[in-house]
Design a protein around this ligand. Structure first.
Ligand SMILES: [Zn+2]
Length: 106
């Protein structure tokens, strides 16, 4: 009746760290990315086997992660990963007519 306070946030909601901005977010807010034959593959359903990296599906976080080779590090594959599939997923999301996906002003 008195669960110990741990660093786990909400029980039942796994928290992952975005490899782009290094902020922690509920797993559902992040896109899982796996490596297949040296390509970065988006895995929105989280069904692909193997090690996964998590990133916010935003231009900012994805390009930061690519620029820093954070995927290679998180997936333990080293460098030389082809991000084109991931970039395509991002393009689909940032179509011009999706006006509401903007910056959240603070
Ligand atoms: Zn992020």
């Amino acid at each position: 009746m008195n669960p110990p306070a741990s660093d786990r946030q909400v029980s039942g909601t796994p928290v992952r760290t975005c490899v782009g901005c290094h902020r922690r977010a509920p797993q559902g807010d992040l896109l899982r990315v796996v490596c297949e034959e040296s390509r970065l593959m988006p895995d929105p359903e989280r069904r692909r086997p193997g090690r996964g990296a998590y990133v916010h599906l935003t231009q900012e976080c994805v390009s930061a992660a690519i620029a820093r080779k954070a995927f290679g590090r998180a997936l333990r594959t080293g460098g030389g990963l082809d991000p084109s599939d991931l970039e395509r997923a991002l393009e689909q999301l940032t179509e011009p007519n999706v006006g509401s996906v903007g910056m959240t002003t603070r």
